[in-house]
Design a protein around this ligand. Structure first.
Ligand SMILES: [Zn+2]
Length: 64
């Protein structure tokens, strides 16, 4: 299992960094090209084009 520490992307169009903090925290960047969702539960990305954002999220392998 991977644990999500930071769920965020940077939009290459408007240069805004958007972060989803909780599982239903849906955040759209200011130009509307991409969005993040899922908080610490899952990494969900919505975008108009695949290469319009840079991935910034940090995950960690959970120790057992
Ligand atoms: Zn944008």
């Amino acid at each position: 299992m991977e644990k999500i520490i930071y769920n965020a992307i940077r939009c290459k169009r408007c240069n805004q960094i958007i972060e989803s903090r909780t599982c239903h925290d849906f955040v759209v960047c200011r130009c509307g090209a991409c969005a993040v969702d899922g908080g610490k539960d899952y990494l969900r990305r919505l975008f108009r084009e695949q290469d319009c954002y840079e991935e910034l999220s940090i995950t960690e392998k959970e120790k057992r």
